[in-house]
Ligand binder design. Sequence first.
Ligand SMILES: Nc1ncnc2c1ncn2[C@@H]1O[C@H](COP(=O)(O)OP(=O)(O)OP(=O)(O)O)[C@@H](O)[C@H]1O
Ligand SMILES: [Mg+2]
Length: 472
Amino acid sequence: MEVQQIIEWADGLVLIQTGKHLDDLEAAILLGTYQNQKYSEIAAGYNCSEPHVKKVAYLLWKTLSQASGEDINKSNLRSTCQRLQLPTLSNSEEFVAIDAVTQTNSPPPQGDTTPKLYSTESLRRIDRTDIPDGDYFCDRQEEVATLKNWILEDRSNLVSILGISGIGKTALALRLLPEIQDNFDCVIWRSLRTLPSLSSILTYLTQFLPPPNPDIRPLTISYYSTVAEAQNPSHQLAEQLSLVMECFRQHRCLLILDDVQAILNPHNLVGGYKPGYESYRLLFKTIGELSHNSCLIMNSSIMPQEVIELTNNNHRVKCLTLPGLILESAQDILSSASLLDADNWQELMNIYGGNPGFLKIVSRTIKDFFGGSVQQYLANKSILVLPEIKHILDNFWQQLSDLEKQVMGRLSESESGLSMTDLLENINHNSSELLLAVQCLQKRFLVDNIQQEQQTLFTLIPVIREYTRQCR
Ligand SMILES: Nc1ncnc2c1ncn2[C@@H]1O[C@H](COP(=O)(O)OP(=O)(O)OP(=O)(O)O)[C@@H](O)[C@H]1O
Ligand SMILES: [Mg+2]
């Protein structure tokens, strides 16, 4: 099994680099080298000369090194595989083969004793490397039902879970996962918090996903060439993406990308990515626009421009903006901190917009510093922006343009909210830029809107209102 994983990994790399699969001698060299055989022994087992094996091996190590960006050779193959944490080699706790039984392929014919060096069988696998540990209780039954319906019934290809930091995007995806994972051949959870390049993600996917059946010719390669040329990523990236999409077409894979906001340019929300990460746009568009059998779930605290465009144009692209919790759903957070004064809990919920991340911080503070009395805590409004919450909001505030800060300032003066007309009258600025500023604040989920008497009012939740006042 271990060896098969290495062969599949190497096969993926060779395919990317040369467009061809490993041949039998190359597979025998990998197998033999991994089992500490000498080239002379591999040659004897393969019935060819040692110099021939050396020559083929030399080219193989070169190809693998170029494709992976690692220096791979005979003496470090085993340690490189372990360092790269190839699935099932060294990382068995993080990589769980849920069910390594072939599902789709028919059993081998009776009497066929030919050893298979590698196979393209579909394994059901889940990569847990980036799945966060810890206390992630979440009881969002309605949202879970909606997501299940989109993913399993509508077979959506791209689903975004959006909302301000702390609102529970990661918790919801974790809650959803066990409900849907059995419907997929492969599940991969990746966080973009550490800013991995798209190329490294695609390389990993080509190693982890079951390789596509080489007999089925990719139909979509010309599409990637066209899109790729328009967006100018390297040819290699387009090839990698083509291979991944082929896997996505031939297998049902679930890719969860958490913390997508990390790769977005917070100062340019109209389609902006951080320098060096622009090619992710290609991934999102390709997954959202092409027909395939897989699903990407992405969590972000900033709404990517592609999500808006794709959601408007494609019924298999969906977007869920998470609202705050209602009191009933947040009872556990408040009561597990042994908070008193249940009559004041609703006020607490309103102040923090039902944000479970904020509510956890606040509940801990009330328990530790106010003996659990919500009433005493609420008596002092200046304390509402607790240091941990201030730290979260500071991150957002630093990303705002002067005009966005000005809009926030105006909104912080009103409890009931302001209409666009109010903002236009009160802020002396070019009207289309002002409109864009409000849109950008909405894309960061800092501003809510409510419909009232045939007009749209823009508001801030009380804790953000208070924070903004303190910033001015
Ligand atoms: N429905 C819920 N009920 C109780 N607790 C919840 C719920 N949803 C989230 N939480 C808790 O709130 C905290 C914040 O949730 P989470 O980390 O999922 O937010 P997030 O939206 O992913 O934030 P970020 O954008 O910073 O990653 C976590 O401790 C989580 O356990
Ligand atoms: Mg999160």
